[in-house]
Design a protein around this ligand. Structure first.
Ligand SMILES: *Cc1c(COP(=O)(O)O)cnc(C)c1O
Length: 451
């Protein structure tokens, strides 16, 4: 009975897969926030190194993974693929359930897959310091690890409420040598302005982005890094799906359904896009399910429109499924899924009908996560519980119809830093905070007009 399929280091993919080469229709252009015309490399060069700007618009199907990046990947890659035999038994489903486990990375999630190449390309271009923002700390700790590998300084603006409530990830960032600053801070003009208006501000992701960007543009040797949403981030994550394809091949399997959770869309893209690209080239079909929280339902309830990436309205405009850049989701524990927008590539593919989004409530996803933990022995991150819930629903549908489909999902991270969320769940302190229709309507009414 095969439970775990591991690739050798030699079998690790040596290229990233870029879906732009295979899209049936090209992506809508990214627009300048002031001029409202398509952005060029010069608009982005204060923020990102040229190699990443190039990858952002590349039409090449494959992008070589630099050897130095591959060497660091090998600390935790290839990651294992498991057959969830025990979960199949618990569900009494005829479906086969496989999951790719990204919790084996240095920070316990998929995020180092893009942090490492981003740090590498910055180093190649002489960048001495990076700035970034982080919510719960998953991205900040991943970039801190990557920067430590390449000798780059890192300042992380961490949303103040998380800075105070989640000291463990802050400690992880500091272990890897990063400086972690509670946002809003007095270190930036925007931070000072917000603190002058409201000294008690507990911050938001949008404010933290604005602070990180402001600090970056003030210094020539400093650039900025983003952990999701952008095309190059999704491209880096495709190492997940490429590995999964080889691992399934070893077992003569191919997925009918692929499931992932979507915050900004990168881990879902990572597992799904290599398979979707293949289906475009082969003219075959594959079912893709993007699972999001009911409390922040950008794909299922948002509008497909041009919007800003941040609350401060400093970023370029991208066409995406959005709840409005002013939308602040209610407090729920899947911190990584609290973004108002969605990756342009995932939005485009959803709009074209290749991705089916589903939304589930917090309590339903925790229940699924606990069922999974008991069966398989891994405690998923609250974000990953959404993927687990989506996979369980798909497997139960197979039970109803008697179909023996093969389901693949991405277990994008473990929950070892999130046990307070499980404590709250067991204590009955977690609630289903539904999104507020009127708040979304209000945030959407503020969408920029692009003519
Ligand atoms: C950040 C994070 C997410 C959400 O980001 P995506 O870009 O949608 O992948 C999901 N799961 C975990 C474990 C995360 O750390």
């Amino acid at each position: 009975m095969i439970i775990k399929t591991q690739l050798s280091e030699k079998e690790m993919p040596e290229k990233f897969y870029n879906i732009s080469a295979d899209l049936p229709e090209p992506l809508p252009p990214v627009l300048h926030p002031g001029r409202k015309d398509p952005v060029g490399p010069d608009d982005l060069s204060p923020l990102f190194p040229m190699e990443l700007i190039g990858q952002e618009v590349s039409q090449d199907r494959y992008i070589d993974i630099p050897e130095e990046v591959q060497d660091i990947y090998k600390l935790y890659r290839p990651s294992p693929l498991y057959r969830a035999r025990n979960l199949e038994k618990v569900l009494d489903t005829p479906a086969k359930i496989f999951y790719k486990y990204e919790g084996v990375s240095p920070t316990g999630s998929h995020k180092p897959n893009t942090a490492i190449p981003q740090a590498y390309y910055n180093k190649q271009e002489g960048v001495e310091k990076l700035t970034t923002e982080t919510g719960a700390g998953q991205w900040g700790s991943s970039l801190a690890f990557a920067c430590s590998k390449f000798g780059i300084d890192l300042d992380v603006y961490m949303v103040k409420v998380s800075y105070n409530q989640k000291p463990y990830r802050r400690a992880l960032m500091e272990t890897f040598g990063a400086r972690c600053i509670a946002s809003p801070s007095i270190e930036t003009e925007i931070g000072q302005k917000i603190l002058a208006e409201n000294p008690e501000s507990t911050g938001s992701l949008g404010i933290a982005i604005s602070e990180a960007v402001e600090q970056c543009v003030k210094s020539d040797s400093t650039k900025y890094a983003l952990g999701s949403v952008l095309n190059h981030v999704l491209t880096h994550q495709t190492i997940i799906g490429q590995e999964a394809m080889s691992q399934l091949e070893k077992q003569d399997e191919y997925p009918d359904i692929i499931v992932g959770c979507t915050g900004g869309g990168s881990n879902f893209a990572g597992i799904a896009l290599p398979f979707l690209g293949k289906s475009f080239r082969d003219n075959s079909s594959i079912e893709l399910k993007a699972i999001e929280p009911s409390a922040c339902p950008s794909l299922t309830k948002g509008k497909y429109a041009y919007d800003f990436g941040d609350t401060g309205k400093m970023t370029p405009l991208t066409k995406m499924h959005t709840l409005g850049s002013e939308f602040v989701p209610s407090g729920f524990h899947a911190g990584g899924l609290r973004y108002h927008g969605m990756a342009p590539i995932i939005s485009h593919l959803t709009n074209l009908g290749y991705i089916a989004p589903e939304a589930y409530t917090q309590l339903d996803t925790f229940q699924a996560g606990v069922t999974f933990a008991k069966a398989e022995g891994i405690v998923p991150a609250p974000e990953a519980n959404h993927a687990v819930k989506g996979a369980i629903e798909a497997a139960l549908k197979c039970k109803e119809s008697g179909e023996t489909k093969t389901i693949l999902f991405n277990l994008c991270g473990h929950g070892h830093f999130d046990m307070q969320a499980y404590i709250d769940y067991f204590d009955g302190k977690l609630f289903d905070n539904k999104y507020s229709e009127s708040e979304i309507a209000m945030a959407l009414s503020g969408l920029p007009s692009v003519g």
